[in-house]
Design a protein. Structure first.
Length: 294
């Protein structure tokens, strides 16, 4: 946080040399403590800037950046902020105020409301849609703000990051192209949600404005026939018929573990095959347990 560190350090040294400015020192301390914003954050239209000028309450306040990237500030008139970093805005204002308006002005600029930049969360989350990008956001924070994943979520999330810097969401077709390596304008980052939930922080990717997080639906199979609880069940890679039947509560008293069939799509054709408990299942399979003879 170069901007905040520079401001807090230089302002603190100067204020300590001046008597009777305890209030100003407290003001700077509060400002510094509140900052969590990277200095490289680029201001955009509709962002709300919080500007602090020490000992100048008439200048201190919140300012909305207009659609053209400008905002109006007392004494200085209309200033350009859009496309500039927070640090650049702060430096520009300091230099302008120092030219005939204030002697050695102490100024701090932060973003009070992030409105110009967004990320997008789609797929198996409870509240899919855009999220305001706050300059520093991780996958965990984004998923939490989207209401967390649903019970149908798969074990992996895919982050599609446009290399062009676009701030529009990636359409489902674009997500698929990116996953298959066919979209040269996007970078794909895969996040193992199971590892993330168990504390593997390397999976907690730091996001950028314009990122799209896609949480795919988990792979599943259907279980029917003489089982205790027929229905659709989420599976993991490598699961067997025995394991899936356990999810369904096991075979009922009338069912037979020796009369199991799997209905499976093979090359687009529905095929029925005999199965035993050790056979692996595939996504989309329908496992049917038939009645025992005796």
């Amino acid at each position: 946080m170069r901007s905040e560190a520079h401001f807090c350090g230089s302002a603190g040294r100067r204020l300590r040399q001046m008597a009777g400015l305890i209030g100003a020192m407290l003001q700077i301390a509060a400002y510094c403590a509140a900052q969590g914003l990277p200095a490289e954050y680029v201001v955009g239209p509709n962002d709300v800037l919080a500007i602090t000028v020490v000992d100048q309450p008439q200048l201190t306040g919140k300012y909305i950046v207009r659609a053209d990237g400008s905002f109006t500030f007392p004494l200085l008139g209309r200033l350009q902020a859009g496309g500039l970093t927070v640090q650049a805005v702060e430096t520009d204002m300091h230099d302008r105020l120092a030219k005939g308006y204030l002697k050695d002005p102490q100024i701090g600029v932060s973003v009070d409301q992030f409105r110009s930049q967004q990320i997008f969360v789609i797929g198996e989350v409870r509240q899919p849609g855009p999220l305001q990008f706050t300059g520093s956001m991780s996958v965990i924070e984004a998923l939490a703000r989207a209401g967390s994943t649903t019970e149908r979520a798969g074990p992996e999330a895919v982050i599609v990051r446009p290399t062009s810097g676009s701030a529009t969401p990636a359409a489902p077709a674009a997500v698929e192209r990116a996953q298959n390596g066919k979209d040269k304008e996007s970078e794909v980052i895969r996040v193992n949600l199971q590892n993330l939930q168990t504390g593997t922080l390397s999976q907690n990717v730091t996001l950028r404005s314009g990122d799209t997080i896609f949480v795919a639906r988990a792979e599943s199979v259907f279980v029917s026939g003489l089982v205790r609880t027929a229905g659709e069940y989420v599976i993991r890679k490598g699961m067997t018929v025995r394991q899936v039947l356990a999810l369904a509560g096991g075979v009922s008293e009338r069912g037979s573990t020796k009369r199991i069939q799997i209905i499976r799509q093979v090359d687009g054709v529905e095929t029925t095959i005999g199965a035993n408990l050790q056979d692996p299942v595939r996504p989309g399979d329908t496992i049917v347990v038939r009645e025992r003879f005796f």
